[in-house]
Design a binder for this molecule. Structure first.
Ligand code: DGJ
Length: 581
């Protein structure tokens, strides 16, 4: 039996424990030898030059995904009308909740009818699945735990607040809860290993938006005991090893308290909101790692978390929850949960570009499991895969069409458009057409993207031999901006060539060196058919004339011509440049 060594992402990442190395070795073994069920390789993360990519059936996979609302997948009948809609949106992957209660309603008695039915229906609709394990926590609350767990507060203690009251949150310090969750999740992973022979399930999300709501730290007896105990050396050693790259907020707090290498939690990080959140982050991470590591030992699919975003302590306006995998706490999460491959942000805010960048670190793969599905969401999708080599994109709640028009139903008119006429359907059709090119250019490092709005109407991209100016679309008459939201994905296509997809922007090119001006030798609007470029029409004349003031343009080494992308559905253009002086 030959064991090839793979570049397993978990092993490549920093500071992994012996347990994690064992899991990775096991994963490599299963991936490479072919387990009992199949000879195909398992879905896994793999570093390919400039990008870490999700490999499915041996080839990179761009997740054109979407997450359904939390209970959509609780019955097969509820899903029946949704599957065809997912096809109309041009999805290739759907993120589906799996509540602990739905598979283990009675302790020790598992029913996988729902799981099997979801997998069979996904296959029938040519879709892959990412399951969201709503185990002990969903949105930080223990609402999807089975009633035999929820109702036994003695066996499964709740988090207690400083008021002395408890809330519907099982304490992350409960060993009983951790072990019961681990048993359920392990049974699920064993079932997937034994039955999902076609690898319909690609990845697992561990719990959902964990973090304590209602207080900065748990005041349950076990939590209080842990708070007065020494900070585990695994955490402090890891922080010391990565001192130069720690998140600024965490580094500042550790330094303020003397960068101690030993001591109690309050000695090392302080007895306040900051110290409390670091303490909770470590303990949530350890709990999730325990569940995840046990599952990986059985069936090593990639595992990730999602985060309800909050700001670091000095910028925070209101507190949401304490201890989740926030970007400023990732160093704690990486040390505490080595079996979790990456931490993904749920980004609903306007500062998508800033938040996705905060999660793009050498030790963290980018993938937003929840975001917008409206036209802003389409811009997010192009930006994430182009600017941050994201594994893909996934807007939330798309089984309610109003979320495709304007994120929250209460914010806009209910969706009236046919599904295949929505911005997301049109955006995913283009991303799907470009997926092979995107994946190749992600690995090559020859891809970039711009996400523009009124406060950021221009972005300069350095890619290949040219400086690429992406701007919101302007009036040719007076050069005022005409659009409010625009985006572009740019890939190099040979020495003087670019492949560009976008909407509501205009794009000009300048040579990166020398005094020459760049002209358009040839531009086309088109698409790929069987991986070959097919021109739908030429782009020239009014299509490309952006500024008639040729004298003024010549002063800035511009030709006055460039690529123009109209509002609405994105299109793909291919351009060849030449130079003149
Ligand atoms: C974020 C959660 O992760 C989702 O499950 C869902 O509750 C959305 N919020 C609703 O806005």
């Amino acid at each position: 039996m030959v064991v090839r060594k793979r570049d397993c992402e978990g092993c490549r990442m920093r500071g992994r424990t012996t347990a994690a190395a064992t899991i990775c070795a096991l994963a490599a073994f299963l991936v490479t030898t072919g387990d009992a069920q199949t000879s195909k390789s398992l879905p896994h993360l793999e570093r390919r030059s400039h990008a870490t990519q999700l490999i499915v059936d041996g080839a990179p996979w761009l997740i054109l995904g979407a997450e359904l609302r939390g209970t959509a997948s609780s019955t097969l009948s509820n899903m029946d009308p949704i599957w065809p809609e997912l096809n109309s949106l041009h999805l290739n992957t759907v993120l589906l909740a799996l509540g602990w209660d739905w598979i283990e309603p009675t302790e020790g008695h598992f029913d996988f009818t729902l799981v099997d039915g979801l997998i069979a229906a996904a296959r029938e609709h040519h879709l892959r699945i990412v399951f969201l394990w709503f185990g002990t926590w969903k949105n930080g609350i223990s609402s999807f735990a089975p009633s035999w767990v929820k109702s036994d507060q003695h066996r499964f203690p709740r988090s207690r607040l400083s008021s002395g009251r408890s809330v519907e949150i099982i304490s992350p310090f409960s060993i009983n809860a951790r072990d019961a969750d681990t048993r359920a999740y392990s049974t699920l992973m064993r079932h997937l290993r034994d039955t999902d022979v076609d690898h319909t399930v690609l990845m697992m999300q561990m719990e959902n938006e964990v973090g304590l709501n209602g207080d900065t730290r748990d005041r349950d007896a076990a939590a209080e005991a842990a708070f007065t105990a020494p900070v585990p050396h695994e955490l402090l050693d890891s922080l010391a090893r990565h001192k130069a790259s720690l998140s600024p907020a965490l580094a500042q707090r550790w330094a303020e308290r003397g960068s101690k290498s030993a001591g109690s939690w309050s000695d090392v990080f302080g007895d306040d909101v900051v110290g409390d959140e670091i303490f909770m982050a470590w303990n949530y991470a350890r709990y999730l790692d325990h569940v995840s590591a046990a599952g990986k030992a059985i069936y090593p699919l990639p595992v990730f978390t999602n985060t309800a975003l909050d700001e670091p302590w000095d910028k925070r306006v209101k507190r949401a929850s304490s201890g989740g995998p926030q970007y400023y706490l990732l160093d704690v999460w990486k040390a505490g949960a080595p079996s979790i491959d990456f931490n993904g942000p749920d980004i609903y805010s306007a500062n998508f570009a800033e938040m996705i960048a905060a999660f793009d670190r050498p030790d963290n793969v980018v993938f937003p499991p929840e975001s917008l599905g409206d036209p802003h969401g389409v811009a997010n999708a192009f930006y994430a895969v182009g600017a941050h080599r994201s594994l893909g994109y996934s807007p939330f709640g798309i089984d309610d069409t109003s979320w495709l028009i304007n994120f929250r139903p209460d914010k806009g008119a209910p969706g009236t458009d046919a599904i295949d006429n929505t911005a997301l359907a049109k955006g995913y059709a283009v991303l799907g057409n470009l997926a092979p090119a995107i994946l190749t250019h992600q690995a090559d490092g020859s891809i970039a993207a711009a996400w523009l709005n009124k406060s950021l109407p221009h972005q300069e991209i350095l890619l290949g031999d040219y400086v690429i100016d992406v701007e919101l679309r302007r009036s040719t008459r007076d050069q005022s901006f005409l659009s409010e939201l625009g985006y572009a994905l740019v890939m190099t296509d040979g020495p003087n060539g670019y492949l560009v997809a976008g909407s509501d922007v205009q794009i000009t090119f300048r040579p990166r060196s020398g005094e020459d001006t760049a002209g358009l030798a040839d531009a086309e609007v088109g698409r790929f058919v069987d991986d070959k470029w097919v021109s739908l029409r030429k782009a020239n004349g009014d299509d490309v004339l952006l500024n008639y003031d040729l004298a003024g343009q010549a002063q800035t080494r511009q030709s006055g011509s460039g690529l123009r992308f109209l509002p609405g559905a994105p299109v793909i253009q291919r351009v060849r440049l030449y130079r003149y002086h």
